[in-house]
Design a protein around this ligand. Structure first.
Ligand code: SAH
Length: 463
């Protein structure tokens, strides 16, 4: 196919970036904004040998799964990819994606998957679910200060203060910040020249506590007349923490390294289940607290603790899973590579009065094998765990780690994953090394996007 050629194509799948996929004469087309079930007229934008990228110019026969986007900038904005697909079909697509990877990459049989895969866990209200948003601040062509989100793969700001995934109060806060900047001649940062003051606004909301945090990221040491902004922001019910973070670097990293308080305290508090977490502007915290509670609740259910177990929680972050499990186990060890996350984990253990959780900073693939070798040297026996939980980033687990996990012979391994392809790869290894998958469920933490989390239980095989 040639550039600018027009074709009509029926879309029957979704690609890794959310684009519609269809075939014309065995040739695969990736069509942005087209969804499963659409028959569209598209123009080829980038032809390759066996496939091409194309742009939809006319939706000849819109899919029956098409819904109108809640957000007026759903197509331009890089945040959502599949907002125009009905939620039911989004869930179906995500479940099939996980299942497909388990079959193709993991080598699991359709019969086994039929038997053990539980129905995907979706949201009742798949909007306004994010407890955190980071809005870039910039200027438009006319020099007007704007905020919103970046368009896909670029740093062009699509103005929008009413994101359908974030909490409604974001809009009020952003409007106050824009008004304050305009009234006090506070400038917006310009990425190209490195000039201008306000770079980003971080807003966090505690779903259970209703506490609100606002943090302005600035390219300077102070925020002129900040008390005028504070006076307005504190009228919002729940306002708990107003801070700033200095970031003068020419980088894509949003936050600076330090936080200064403008008003209130330096953190907000929220709960996952009964466990309380203190969240500072720099802390990692799961962004969809409703689904996180379900996901980690499943991890706990799969672990099936009775109170006497030794548990490892690898890639533990701020210890969300560790502290959840510690309430039901004898001892929990958490391992995480980011030192600040471990500071948070230890602090969170303390404020919850949890004393049976211990945390290590380091790479899981170094800490666990190191612990195992040292234990053997010191005790002459193998280090033992009843349950090992892993929640790795997208690239999955290192094979050295999987090897040590298998050597430790836990009764159960609970694998929480944000990428079902690497999950399937790692499960294949574990299932070839004495384990069997006995439960599995996908949990939708990110409606309107293509991301999907999965939790699996692996049990030691005895026969
Ligand atoms: N369960 C955690 C989040 C896990 S996200 C929570 O709820 O807080 C994956 C985590 O793995 C991140 O915190 C990341 O910093 C950490 N990480 C990435 N590579 C790692 C490695 N090699 N060893 C240990 N932790 C790692």
């Amino acid at each position: 196919m040639k550039k600018n050629e027009k074709v009509s194509v029926k879309i029957d799948d979704i690609g890794v970036n959310g684009e519609g996929i269809g075939k014309v004469d065995g040739y695969t087309l990736f069509v942005k904004d087209a969804i499963i079930g659409d028959t569209v007229e598209a123009v080829i934008t980038k032809p390759k040998k066996n496939y091409a990228y194309a742009k939809m110019i006319n939706n000849i026969e819109p899919s029956k799964h098409r819904v109108s986007a809640r957000c007026p900038v759903a197509r331009q904005c890089g945040g959502c990819q599949i907002q125009e697909l009905s939620y039911e079909v989004q869930l179906d697509f995500k479940n099939k994606k996980v299942r497909g990877n388990l079959e193709r990459i993991g080598g699991f049989s359709p019969e086994l998957l039929d038997e053990i895969m539980e129905p995907i866990c979706g949201m009742e209200e798949p909007f306004y679910y994010r407890n955190k948003a980071q809005f870039p601040i910039g200027t438009d062509k006319e020099g007007k200060i704007v905020t919103g989100f970046y368009a896909g793969r670029t740093h062009q700001i699509i103005p929008n203060i009413d994101c359908a995934l974030g909490v409604p109060v974001n809009q009020e806060i952003l409007q106050m910040i824009l008004d304050y900047m305009n009234e006090n001649h506070v400038t917006a940062y310009n990425e190209e020249t490195g000039s201008g003051l306000v770079r980003h606004v971080l807003i966090r909301y505690g779903f259970k506590t209703k506490e609100i945090m606002v943090c302005l990221v600035i390219n300077g040491d102070n925020l002129p007349h900040f008390e005028k902004l504070v006076d307005n922001l504190i009228k919002i019910e729940g306002m708990t923490s107003i801070t700033y973070s200095v970031n003068r670097e020419n980088t894509n990293v949003i936050m600076g390294k330090q936080i200064g308080i403008l008003w209130g305290q330096g953190y907000i508090t929220d709960y996952i289940g009964d466990v309380k977490y203190q969240i500072s502007p720099l802390s990692f915290f799961q962004v969809n607290p409703v689904q996180t509670e379900k996901l980690y609740g499943l991890a706990l259910e799969y672990a099936d603790l009775k109170g006497e177990e030794t548990v490892w929680d690898l890639y533990c972050g701020i210890g969300t899973i560790s502290l959840f499990l510690a309430q039901k186990a004898k001892k929990v060890y958490g391992v995480e590579i980011v030192p600040q996350a471990i500071d948070d984990a230890r602090n969170n253990a303390k404020i919850n009065g949890i004393e049976n959780a211990e945390f290590f900073v380091g790479k899981a693939e170094e800490v666990l094998p190191g612990y195992y070798a040292q234990y053997e040297r010191e005790h002459g026996t193998k280090a033992y765990a009843d349950v090992i939980v892993v929640d790795p980033p997208r690239k999955g687990c290192d094979e050295t780690l999987l090897q040590t996990m298998v050597q430790m012979q836990p009764e159960k391994i609970v694998y929480v994953s944000c990428d079902s392809a690497t999950l399937a790869r790692d499960l294949k290894y574990l299932c070839e090394s004495g384990y069997e998958m006995t439960r599995c469920r996908a949990v939708d933490q990110f409606p309107s996007t293509i991301h999907i989390e999965t939790v699996c239980l692996l049990s030691k095989r005895y026969k």
